[in-house]
Ligand binder design. Structure first.
Ligand SMILES: [Zn+2]
Length: 169
């Protein structure tokens, strides 16, 4: 996963916009198992130029590109961070901004709508770490929903239609 992120960073895909930056930051967060430190990423990418994808970029460009790229990627909060923030806003009855990347797409919009209810705790629950099933009735996710649950961190149960959030790094 991190290797994919590294290749994308080095090939300049980071200029493609917030969605790509978000998936890169997500991948780096998974790789490091938590918060991503800019200096660690830079060190890994620059340290060993004769290995792999670093060769794709002329040496004189690498430093400047990374100095722009890494902060841009890390400035985009990961899905995990966004979902944690949404939960804590909901828990303190504060409004959640609709424009967050995690609320784009059909599933994201449905999740956002569920958060608007004063009874949102009856529709949204965090998963136990390492556990892959609906947090309400333990109904297993379908294969496809399982993939979404792992990558996008939001699982929607086909049995009860409620949402389970995967928040472990
Ligand atoms: Zn369920």
């Amino acid at each position: 996963m991190a290797a994919v992120a590294v290749i994308q960073v080095m090939s300049g895909e980071l200029h493609a916009g917030p969605a790509v930056q978000l998936s890169l930051h997500d991948a780096l967060e998974r790789f490091y198992g938590g918060k991503v430190e800019p200096q660690r990423v830079r060190k890994v990418l620059v340290a060993d130029r004769h290995v792999g994808v670093a060769q794709l970029i002329p040496p004189e460009d690498t430093g400047a590109d990374l100095d722009t790229a890494i902060p841009a990627v890390l400035a985009q909060p990961t899905r995990r961070q966004q979902l944690l923030d949404a939960l804590s806003l909901a828990e303190s009855s504060q409004p959640i901004p609709a424009g967050w990347t995690v609320f784009t797409g059909e599933l994201g919009q449905a999740l956002f709508a569920a958060f608007q209810s004063s009874q949102w705790q009856k529709r949204i629950r965090r998963a136990s770490p390492g556990y892959e099933a609906c947090a309400f009735d333990y109904f297993s996710f379908s294969k496809q929903a399982g993939v979404v649950f792992r990558t996008e961190r939001v699982g929607r149960c086909i049995h009860c239609n409620r949402f389970t959030l995967r928040l472990d790094p």
